[in-house]
Ligand binder design. Structure first.
Ligand SMILES: [Zn+2]
Length: 258
């Protein structure tokens, strides 16, 4: 037997696409790896699944930073979150956003210097958590001096964000001072990646200019095609015209990237 049908999607797949499972007769799981990963992805987005994911995050972040673990169990945490009526609204907002990280339900410590205890927690969203962290630093409530840093491939594809150079160094095994030198513009890259300081803004000015430039280039190219390629669907025409006139307007107004 070199392949079998997945019990979830029904597709015939090679055995390498299935994990092992001793308790089964053939020693191989019934569902394929892709179906398992889709299921866990969906589970993490459910009301309870998200709470469990927050809890797991607290455990791993405590371990990573060498802080005491939460003094409550997963079940106690689930009960605590569900006792807040606001959790429904927060979760719905996240669903409506198309599961943007920015809106994801989150639990924040009121006092960042105290460990994870239920009295020290507030239920919030990632967005507010992130903003609080930044404003606390500004107001001197949190004098941690770490700089949040973003990792990109040489081609400019975003890879990950780290809360400090030290964390970035630890996770990637790249020298943290090389990462810092790159983020500060002294080197073009470190460990085959490009590093940029994360300012907490949605996009920095260079990224905004780059995005506008790309939309502009794409829409100009499409616009030229539209004039002779009549088989392009109507929806292309509408969005091309919109994108073209928008980016054109932005260029005229701000001269971004020009
Ligand atoms: Zn499957």
């Amino acid at each position: 037997m070199l392949s079998k049908n997945c019990t979830k999607c029904g597709k015939l797949k090679p055995l390498s696409r299935f994990s092992k499972q001793r308790s089964r007769k053939d020693g191989i799981r019934g569902k394929c790896k892709e179906c398992i990963s889709i299921e866990s992805f969906e589970r993490n987005r459910s009301k309870i699944g998200r709470i469990k994911a927050i809890y797991n995050g607290q455990i791993s972040s405590s371990r990573r930073r060498g802080y005491p673990l939460p003094d409550y169990t997963k079940e106690e945490f689930i009960e605590w979150v569900l006792s807040h009526d606001s959790y429904n609204d927060i979760h719905n907002e996240w669903v409506d956003s198309g599961y943007k990280k920015y809106y994801s339900p989150s639990a924040d410590r009121k006092d960042d210097y105290k460990s994870y205890t239920l009295d020290n927690l507030i239920l919030t969203t990632w967005k507010k958590n992130f903003r609080k962290y930044n404003s606390d630093q500004k107001n001197g409530l949190n004098n941690k001096t770490s700089t949040s840093v973003d990792q990109y491939t040489i081609d400019g594809v975003f890879v990950a964000n780290y809360h400090s150079y030290a964390e970035a160094g630890r996770v990637t095994s790249i020298n943290k001072s090389s990462i810092e030198k790159c983020a500060k513009g002294h080197h073009s890259h470190a460990g085959n990646y490009v590093w940029k300081i994360n300012t907490g803004l949605f996009m920095n000015k260079n990224e905004q200019a780059e995005a506008l430039k790309l939309i502009f280039e794409l829409s100009s190219k499409l616009e030229t095609q539209l004039s002779w390629n009549t088989s392009l669907p109507e929806s292309y025409k509408t969005v091309t015209k919109k994108a073209f006139s928008f980016t054109n307007g932005m260029y005229n107004k701000y001269g971004l990237g020009a």
